[in-house]
Design a protein around this ligand. Structure first.
Ligand code: MSP
Length: 510
């Protein structure tokens, strides 16, 4: 039994939830459910990023105040997560009073430690990325190197964080803990970035240019740079800094016993630099411990094209959910992407993954439950299991290895393999033939028991990724809950009254 604090990025309140946001959030949800089922006390945090120029402009374009837009979008994101079966413990909004106070406190801590100074800044700013780029990064075309969007030249007074001071310490940390940034490709990318001299970080913007932000405690004409504001959400939700303490004490005071440091920050590879460079150095500057692990996953593209509003190829996870159900969307996203690598969304692959659920897991459940009803009056016989022991043990091992090692696709592939093996077991045992031979009654009992037990195991393995259907499967087996991992493989199924019901994964006409 341990405790586990994991986070998703907080998504910009300017955009609708799309499949990319859904992927990170479902990935976090699967891990949260897996940990809870292993007995951990889990804190799963997600939320939205509400300040900055991007939000200010999006609100203005819709004729709303920034807060009106954020209220609207908070509702949209929460509804989306509810529909996709997300079990977060806390949904944070960066306009919450508690967060405003914690950002102020973190900045005061940095200043008290002598890491903040004021200077004139000249540079190229990208509103869509909410960050500055160097002359070299924007190249001769003068576009932001991540999204290709426009950049504007800016000259203004900013407050700076002496990030450069922490370069060596950060490099030592990354080198000393090889698993700290995963996968290795991202770790190398960050080390490459740190191979050049690290510049100081501008942490404020003049209020005259951007009014929608958190004022600096010591200079209210400047608002906090939105990334500093946003990253701090992870500390706010942990409870480490008391938002009610007087400002002066907050800056210097002791940390409260809390969930900090986070065990896992999850994000897409697009925002690895902010999480693996800005964030740890800010924490070092404020004397806070670093998160234990940073996992950056790959990018979803459509066919071989980047998903974008202007191309009009953004995949809507909620439309898929309405058609196929939340569990099918979750299964597709977790099974199809090798955690860490890019993946391509296609409708064909989605259907193939859906068929796999239907034809392998759904079919196994339907056949097994129907045979128990037909041959044994709906009651699971009491007999020693006979068969599938090796397959079950192998699946359990591969499953644990996959989920513990953050290779979820491998873990879930192993679960599906077990379902496939159980279908094969039905073919070899031919229960319908056994049922015709009176002297084979005990063989039929053993066969049905083995299948019922395997279904119980499968309900447990599939629960993190397909929570609704797995709970339904457990109910149909007459269990009062999905068995925990440590209760496997010996689930007491004997004597349970089963129910066949409608197919677990219905056919969808497309
Ligand atoms: N607000 C910042 C994050 C601040 S965290 C302190 C932000 N928001 S965002 O709305 O742009 O969401 C970015 C995240 O959404 C990515 O890191 C990734 O987790 C997810 N994805 C968005 N599009 C994606 C894909 N096409 N594919 C996979 N995930 C992507 O950045």
């Amino acid at each position: 039994m341990g405790s586990f604090y994991l986070t998703t990025p907080i998504y910009y309140a300017s955009g609708e939830p799309h499949i990319g946001h859904a992927y990170t959030t479902i990935l976090a949800d699967v891990l949260a459910r897996y940990r809870r089922r292993a007995g951990d006390d889990v804190l799963f945090l997600t939320g939205i990023d509400e300040h900055g120029q991007k939000i200010q402009e999006a609100a203005a374009a819709q004729g709303l105040s920034p807060l009106e837009l954020c209220d609207l979008m908070a509702g949209r994101f929460e509804a989306a997560w509810d529909e996709l079966g997300i079990s977060h413990d806390r949904f944070i909004r960066t306009t919450e009073r508690e967060h405003l106070a914690v950002v102020g406190a973190l900045l005061e801590r940095l200043r008290a430690n002598g890491h903040i100074y004021e200077a004139e800044y000249t540079g190229w700013y990208s509103v869509s990325q909410e960050r500055y780029f160097t002359e070299k990064e924007i190249g001769p075309e003068r576009v932001d190197p991540i999204a290709g969007g426009p950049v504007v030249k800016i000259r203004e007074k900013n407050w700076f964080f002496r990030m450069s001071r922490f370069q060596e310490r950060l490099v030592r940390h990354i080198e000393g803990d090889p698993g700290w940034i995963a996968p290795a490709a991202r770790r190398n990318e960050v080390l490459g970035f740190l191979g050049r001299p690290l510049e100081d970080l501008s942490i404020s913007r003049p209020r005259s240019r951007i009014h929608w932000g958190i004022p600096l405690p010591w200079d209210p004409d400047q608002v906090t740079y939105v990334w500093v504001d946003a990253l701090t959400n992870y500390v706010t939700a942990s409870g480490a800094i008391d938002p009610a303490a007087p400002a002066a004490e907050r800056g210097f005071g002791e940390l409260r016993p809390s969930r900090w440091p986070a065990d896992l920050h999850l994000m897409g590879k697009d925002i690895i630099t902010t999480h693996a460079v800005y964030w740890p150095t800010l924490l070092m500057g404020a004397d806070l411990p670093l998160p234990r692990k940073i996992l950056a996953h790959g990018w979803w593209v459509v066919g071989d094209t980047k998903m974008s509003k202007s191309i009009g190829n953004v995949v809507d996870p909620l439309a898929l959910r309405d058609q196929f159900g939340a569990d099918a969307v979750r299964w597709y996203l977790m099974r199809e992407m090798s955690t860490g690598q890019d993946a391509s969304y296609t409708a064909e692959r989605f259907l193939t993954r859906h068929d796999e659920l239907r034809n392998i897991l759904g079919n196994l459940a339907h056949r097994t439950l129907s045979m128990i009803r037909r041959y044994r009056g709906g009651v699971v016989p009491s007999a020693p299991a006979d068969g599938l022991e090796t397959e079950t043990a192998a699946a359990l091992e591969a499953y644990r290895r996959g989920l513990d090692g953050y290779r979820l696709h491998e873990g879930f592939a192993a679960a599906m393999e077990l379902a496939r093996a159980a279908n094969g077991y039905i073919e070899t045992r031919e229960p319908w033939a056994l049922a015709r031979q009176l002297d084979r009654a005990s063989d039929l009992d053993a066969t049905l028991t083995t299948l019922a037990r395997t279904l119980a195991v499968l309900s447990s393995l599939f629960e993190p990724v397909a929570p609704k259907r797995s709970a339904e499967l457990a109910r149909r087996l007459g269990l009062d809950r999905v068995p925990l991992l440590r209760e496997l493989p010996e689930v007491a199924v004997a004597g349970r009254q089963v129910r066949v019901g409608k197919p677990l994964f219905p056919r969808v006409d497309v």
